[in-house]
Design a protein around this ligand. Structure first.
Ligand code: PRX
Length: 650
């Protein structure tokens, strides 16, 4: 009596996936079949008439390999995503419609009718099964001073903060701005918002007060959460002071919650709330709000080629499902592994893989506060040894920088814990790829070059989604993830390029649960940017090549977005600044190729993102002997680049 359905849902939500465990699958109440689990993503052996691929705790009957499952995921996308969503997420009430999407209107809705709470999925359910498991390892700036936070502790922090936010008047649907470096309280703040139904808007804590103010105003936040000071690369950064400057121009802000990262006191006003002190007065229980699948989870601002940064909107269920599935399968993450992503939580990589994907999977995830070269260029690998990191996820710009320091900085440390090496943010050149693979991974760890964007929510193209045996070609993102159907379009005539060995605009031809839903307050800009350039397709802004074998290689941006060290810079934003100078009639910002950063822009900036105009003025006045104090510059070399460039212009 087992024929007739392709997808069977296990009667238990989790079971040992490692060895030859037995799992019970139920087709309908009372009808059970016993299946032998050969390995985590292996085949389910026949024991009572059913043979199918086991993936994500589901048996896909009639599917015999990963390419078959990929076809099923794109051809039968409702059945695929419906089954995976029921299996992986804890729902307060079930959804009635898997998807309701129409690219022509930019309408993207997943799992309508369903109610859930993201913080419950990331915390409570793990507290029930393994409360003392480490959720976060806070790798603080000073090596060897890491702090471990268990799931039970993180739930407590989150609940206290959720209660404090409620006491401060934050309501469901409000948007809280978080301006903090990676730390447990930043993660707890994000999850506290999710718990009480508020959205968050995390702003990278390296941004200037102007950039922060722009984002607070656009999000209309009444509450900002920050720290007194940040610590990075041995330097103290006055983050609270940046917030003070920003909120002067943000009438919506009623209160600033200030956590203490250092022991130094900072000036507090009536608007400021001492975070730790006040949260300790709150209860450790905070009732989670039942959120609709399509309620907003967060805004995250990113640069485009025109206008102000866009506040991309991600929602609850689809985003959480997509990040947890990609985290599990792209990195081959298993229970008990330590996941070390060195991105900042202020970027989408931090949101999706340090926080949501990893915690939804009950993972142990690292929060890296430092830099790749502090106190020396062995920092990453010393950390890998000390924390026994299994998956290391970083950016090509750091790899290119570190390889210049030589192999000893890597070889000094034991990296035998490493299983998967990931790369993200920009194309990884062959030299960096080879070094990462050969030296860092001792030639034994697969390097997964993951292509995705703030807009896609999670990884869309990666070498081995789910199939740990598949071939990998250096420097290629390669294969679409389950449910992702890429297309290349001719940039001149807009037609689909169907043959292999072709290059075109990288588009995605059908919706997936992790994609952004809109631009905050600018739905028209959303449809114009992503759906109108190639009607019927989501346009990524990138160009790609499909090889003879059918593998994807990302070529780079087709628009004017500049990618410096994996960070997106909008040309219009740079030009805006330059045009403020009365002597400038017109300006054009362009990127130029740079050995380490991928592309360069040569403005000397402080760590907090301020352009040092005083230095520029001296260069233009040819007073390069009197540049003054350069110690707050983020990259002192940038000044020499400006001097060289200015000489060339003369
Ligand atoms: O151009 C692509 C590049 O980074 C852009 C997305 O930037 P952002 O939204 O800031 O997200 C970065 C982290 C996901 C893309 O449009 N990019 C990202 N990953 C890769 C990449 N380019 C080449 N290869 C990659 N693996």
């Amino acid at each position: 009596g087992l024929a007739g359905r392709d997808v069977l849902v296990p009667s238990r939500t989790s079971y040992p996936c490692g060895g030859r465990a037995q799992c019970t699958l139920t087709r309908s109440p009372g009808v059970q079949c016993f299946l032998r689990h050969v390995r985590a993503t292996g085949f389910v052996k026949k024991q009572c008439g059913l043979v199918g691929l086991c993936f994500g705790g589901l048996a896909f009957q009639g599917v015999s390999d990963h390419s078959g499952l990929y076809k099923f995921s794109v051809n039968e996308s409702d059945r695929f995503w419906g089954a995976v969503a029921r299996q992986r997420l804890s729902w307060i009430s079930p959804f009635h419609t898997v998807q309701n999407c129409d690219f022509s209107q930019g309408k993207i809705k997943w799992f309508e009718g369903g109610k859930l709470n993201v913080s419950v999925n990331c915390l409570d359910r793990h507290v029930h099964t393994c409360p003392e498991r480490v959720a976060l390892i806070w790798e603080r700036d000073e090596p060897g001073t890491e702090v471990k936070i268990t799931y039970r502790q993180l739930l407590e922090l989150t609940c206290r903060l959720g209660n404090l936010l409620k006491r401060q008047g934050v309501r469901r649907g409000d948007c809280v701005t978080i301006y903090m470096p990676p730390c447990p309280l930043a993660v707890a703040s994000m999850l506290a918002c999710a718990r009480i139904g508020a959205a968050h808007n995390v702003v990278f804590a390296g941004f200037s007060s102007e950039a922060l103010a722009d984002r607070i105003r656009d999000a209309q936040s009444s509450t900002v959460i920050t720290v007194n000071q940040g610590v990075r690369g041995g330097k103290v950064v006055d983050l609270k002071r940046t917030v003070d400057q920003a909120v002067q121009n943000c009438p919506s802000v009623q209160q600033v919650l200030v956590a203490m990262r250092t022991e130094n006191t900072v000036a507090m006003t009536d608007r400021d709330v001492p975070l730790e002190e006040e949260m300790m007065k709150e209860d450790v229980v905070c009732e989670p709000v039942a959120m609709d699948s399509e309620d907003v989870l967060f805004l995250l601002y990113t640069s485009g080629s025109t206008g102000k940064p866009k506040g991309l909107v991600h929602t609850q269920a689809g985003y959480l499902l997509y990040t947890s599935l990609t985290h599990r399968y792209v990195f081959n993450y298993h229970d008990g592994d330590v996941f070390g992503c060195v991105a900042d939580i202020g970027w989408i990589t931090g949101h999706s893989y340090i926080v949501y994907g990893a915690l939804c999977n009950g993972g142990t995830t690292v929060l890296f506060e430092s830099t790749p070269v502090y106190p020396n260029p062995g920092r990453y690998w010393e950390m890998v040894e000390r924390l026994e990191i299994n998956q290391f996820y970083g950016a090509p710009t750091a790899i290119r920088l570190l390889l210049k320091y030589g192999d000893e900085w890597v070889q000094n440390y034991n990296r035998s814990s490493l299983k998967t090496l990931g790369s993200v943010g920009e194309p990884i050149n062959t030299e960096a790829w080879e070094w990462y693979h050969r030296v860092v991974g001792d030639g034994r760890c697969p390097v997964v070059d993951t292509w995705w964007q703030t807009e896609t929510g999670g990884i869309c193209i990666a070498p081995r989604p789910a199939d740990p045996e598949a071939e990998i070609v250096p420097g290629m993102a390669m294969r679409p993830f389950y449910g992702i159907k890429p297309a290349l379009l001719d940039t001149e005539v807009g037609e689909v390029l169907s043959s292999n060995d072709s290059t075109g605009a990288l588009c995605i031809s059908q919706a997936w649960p992790g994609m952004a839903r809109t631009i905050h307050n600018h739905h028209q800009r959303f449809t114009e940017t992503y759906f109108q350039p190639y009607p019927g397709f989501f346009f990524t802004g990138d160009g790609a090549h499909r090889s003879k074998e059918g593998y994807y290689q990302i070529v780079g941006r087709l628009d004017d977005v500049i990618n410096v060290s994996g960070h997106r810079l909008g040309t219009a934003e740079l030009e805006d600044v330059v045009n403020q100078c009365p002597a400038v009639a017109e300006s054009a910002a362009i990127g130029y190729s740079h050995d380490i950063k991928g592309e360069g822009e040569c403005l000397p900036k402080t760590r907090s993102g301020k352009i040092m105009r005083r230095v520029l003025r001296k260069v233009v006045e040819r007073n390069t002997d009197e540049l003054g104090d350069l110690s707050t510059l983020d990259d002192p070399d940038s000044v020499h680049e400006v001097i060289r460039g200015h000489r060339r212009l003369r």
